[in-house]
Design a protein around this ligand. Structure first.
Ligand SMILES: O=P(O)(O)OC[C@H]1O[C@H](OP(=O)(O)OP(=O)(O)O)[C@H](O)[C@@H]1O
Ligand SMILES: Nc1nc2[nH]cnc2c(=O)[nH]1
Length: 131
């Protein structure tokens, strides 16, 4: 996601502080149990937080991130992603997305990796089934 964050920030017309939270995920994995790494360089108590990511597939990663961030008592949490897929779990916050897919097919490019490859494609492509 960090590959595209500059493009997003240039579209914002309000003051914004930025921080990073990580929960490494293997594409295709539906239950992300990785440790959450969050140093909280920017305190979020009482602030409006928008969690930005490239894709929500199972929703497991984002659900855990939102639950984790809620513990820091922000004023609000919302989620903004490029893609959401139909098989995702409910995430109980306001959500914004650029594109709602009609299948759970795997995407690559524009920051999305497949086995450490294709992340640097300058466009998003759908991985052929069985690839
Ligand atoms: O909804 P889920 O099934 O939990 O999947 C979502 C996660 O998958 C993507 O990470 P990706 O595998 O592309 O790795 P990256 O963060 O290194 O780009 C995305 O950035 C989310 O963190
Ligand atoms: N590479 C990749 N990672 C993902 N994580 C969640 N969805 C996707 C996807 O379509 N492609």
């Amino acid at each position: 996601m960090s590959e595209n964050i500059g493009e997003l920030v240039r579209q914002l017309n309000f003051d914004v502080a930025m921080d990073w939270i990580s929960c490494p995920h293997t594409p295709g994995e539906r239950t992300n149990a990785s440790p959450i790494v969050y140093y909280q360089n920017v305190p979020i108590q009482g602030r409006d937080v928008i969690v930005v990511d490239d894709a929500i597939e199972s929703g497991g990663t984002m659900k855990r991130l939102v639950e984790h961030l809620k513990e820091f008592d922000p004023a609000s949490i919302s989620v903004a992603t490029l893609f959401v897929k139909p098989g995702r779990v409910e995430i109980p916050v306001r959500q914004y997305f650029a594109h709602q897919m009609d299948s759970d097919d795997m995407l690559v490019g524009f920051g999305l990796p497949w086995q450490d490859k294709l992340r640097n494609l300058p466009y998003v492509a759908q991985l052929a089934p069985g690839a």
